[in-house]
Design a protein around this ligand. Structure first.
Ligand code: TMP
Length: 215
């Protein structure tokens, strides 16, 4: 479906409040300072269509069924993948994505209790053969994560603690099954210590990477 890729695709995952956005930003800064051509994207979002879908998904005033929610996340992902991620990878860039399909497996599969095999089948429809080369799961207990969140809770953040316990278990289960791709990082540490762990895995991955340097 997509052309062969030459870039590197990194995704940042975890429950709301785990600190993954901060880590994605630190990683982006680190890579660009090292002279790599990198792009930082977020899911759902980062294209006009996907940002509008995000607005629907996070709107607390809307009642959205679990299947509709699942399909909306996949629709936003299809748009972002086709318009941004795939072309950037073909150009040899490092693509950093704040969430990708593991979030759907964890939130809609484990959290909403939709059939995980069916959910995984939809990832394939949405993204074809695009797959993160390296995924970080920032693991944190649910209570601590809640205290770290800012502002009014959106539609997803308003879910119960039991929901987020299932989502957290979902991420750990994904990591257990895909040890080579998915690395679990203890997000209870201070942000700089978390980033040291990120760098450890990242540098190992970069060694084999042929991405063109922008410098
Ligand atoms: P964010 O707050 O990390 O930007 O993500 C928006 C919310 O959407 C967050 O609560 C996690 C949720 N989400 C899903 O439920 N499924 C998905 O596939 C994605 C990408 C996010």
């Amino acid at each position: 479906m997509h052309k062969p890729r030459r870039g590197l695709f990194l995704s940042f995952e975890g429950i709301d409040g785990c600190g993954k956005t901060t880590q994605a930003m630190l990683t982006y800064k680190f890579l660009t300072e090292q002279g790599f051509a990198a792009s930082l994207l977020r899911e759902p979002g980062s294209t006009e269509v996907a940002e509008r879908i995000r607005g629907i998904l996070l709107d607390r005033k809307l009642e959205i069924t679990n299947r509709t929610e699942l399909l909306l996340y996949e629709a936003a992902r299809a748009d972002l993948t086709e318009r941004q991620i795939a072309p950037l990878l073909v150009r040899g860039q490092i693509v950093l994505c704040d969430r990708f399909y593991d979030s759907t497996t964890a939130y809609q599969g484990f959290g909403r209790r939709l059939d995980v095999t069916m959910v995984r089948g939809l990832h394939r429809v949405a993204v074809g053969n695009i797959r993160p080369d390296l995924t970080f799961v920032f693991d944190l207990d649910v209570r601590t994560a809640v205290t770290r969140r800012k502002g009014d809770p959106d539609r997803l953040e308003a879910q119960s603690q039991a929901f987020f316990e299932r989502v957290r278990r979902g991420f750990l289960e994904i990591a257990r099954k895909e040890r080579r791709r998915v690395k679990v990082i203890d997000a209870a540490q201070p942000a700089d210590a978390v980033f040291e762990d990120v760098k450890k895995y990242l540098i190992r991955k970069l060694r084999g990477h042929e991405s063109r340097r922008s410098a």
